[in-house]
Design a protein around this ligand. Structure first.
Ligand SMILES: Nc1ncnc2c1ncn2[C@@H]1O[C@H](COP(=O)(O)OP(=O)(O)OP(=O)(O)O)[C@@H](O)[C@H]1O
Length: 249
C-alpha cells in the first residue's frame, strides 16, 4: 500500500498509509480502537474504495482493476471476520464450503466431504458439520470461521481479531492453528489483533497504525521493547505515554 487515504465525511481515517508484506510472510497490524485497521484491510479486499493511493498485489494495482479482474484476485483471498460472521441459517459444513458452493466449484456431496476434511485440520470432528453455528461455543465458532477462511486454499489470508473473546488457552490454540494453516498453505497473512501475546505468536512483522499512518514497523517478537515510545506504551498497555486517551466523564 502506498499513500492510501480514506475519509468518511470530515473524518480522515487513513491519511497516507504505506505498508508492505512479503509473500509467505505474516504481518500483524496494531492500533487503537477506531484507528482504521479494519478500514485498511477492507480497502485491500475491495469492500471500501480508498480516496487516494495504490494497493498492489503481486505488483498489480487492485484499485485500477476491472470488476472481473478484482473478482479473480478475491478468489485467492481468505478472510476470518471479526466475530466469526457465520451464517446461523446454514449448518456448519455449508458455512465452511460457502465460497466453493457459491462459485459452483463443488457439488453439495463433495462439499460435505471437503468440510469434514477442513474441520479436521482445525481439530473439529466431522459431525460438527451438521450442527448450527448457534450450537457452538465461541472457541468452536472461531475454529469454524478459520476452516471457512482456508477451505478454498487461498494464498492470502486476513484475520480480523481472531482471538477476541476467547480464554487465553483457547486463544493460544487458535493462534497455533492459524500458524499451522498459513504454513501449510504457504500463504501470506495479514492479521489485526489487540492481543500482544497473539501478535507475537502469529506475526513475523508488526506495524502500528496511529492517526491515519503507519508510525512503526518491525519484528513482532520485539513488541513491548521496540524502543519506540508510542508502540511500547501500546504493547505494554500503559496509561501514561505519548498516546493520550480522551475520556469523557
Ligand atoms: N463505512 C463506514 N462509514 C463511516 N465511517 C466508517 C465506516 N467504516 C469505518 N468508519 C469509521 O472509521 C474509523 C475506523 O474504523 P475501523 O473499524 O477501521 O477501526 P479499527 O481500528 O478496526 O477499530 P477496532 O479496533 O475498534 O475494531 C472509525 O471511526 C469508524 O467509525
Amino acid at each position: 500500500m502506498r499513500g492510501v487515504r480514506k475519509a468518511f465525511g470530515p473524518k480522515q481515517v487513513l491519511d497516507g498509509v504505506d505498508l508492505d508484506v512479503a509473500a509467505g510472510h505474516s504481518l500483524v497490524i496494531l492500533g487503537g480502537s477506531g484507528s482504521g485497521k479494519s478500514v485498511t484491510i477492507k480497502c485491500v479486499l475491495g469492500l471500501i474504495e480508498p480516496d487516494e493511493g495504490v494497493i498492489e498485489i503481486d505488483g498489480r494495482d487492485v484499485t485500477q482493476m476491472s470488476r472481473r479482474e478484482r473478482e479473480a484476485v478475491a478468489d485467492r483471498i481468505g478472510m476470518l471476520f471479526q466475530n466469526g460472521a457465520l451464517f446461523d441459517s446454514l449448518p456448519v459444513w455449508e458455512n465452511v464450503c460457502f465460497k466453493l458452493l457459491a462459485q459452483g466449484r463443488v457439488t453439495r456431496a463433495k462439499a460435505r466431504d471437503k468440510a469434514a476434511e477442513v474441520l479436521a485440520q482445525v481439530g473439529l470432528a466431522g459431525s460438527v458439520g451438521d450442527l448450527s453455528p448457534a450450537e457452538l461455543s465461541g472457541g468452536m465458532q472461531k475454529r469454524v470461521a478459520l476452516a471457512r477462511a482456508i477451505a478454498a486454499q487461498p494464498d492470502i489470508i486476513f484475520f480480523d481479531e481472531p482471538t477476541t473473546g476467547l480464554d487465553p488457552i483457547m486463544g493460544a490454540v487458535i493462534d497455533g492453528l492459524i500458524v499451522d494453516c498459513v504454513k501449510r498453505l504457504g500463504a501470506t497473512a495479514v492479521s489485526i489483533t489487540h492481543d500482544m501475546a497473539s501478535a507475537r505468536r502469529i506475526g513475523d512483522t508488526a506495524a502500528m497504525l496511529h492517526k491515519g499512518r503507519i508510525v512503526w514497523s518491525g519484528p513482532a517478537a520485539s513488541l513491548g521493547h521496540t524502543g519506540h515510545a508510542l508502540v511500547d506504551q501500546f504493547a505494554n498497555g500503559e496509561r501514561e505515554g505519548p498516546i493520550q486517551m480522551e475520556l469523557r466523564r
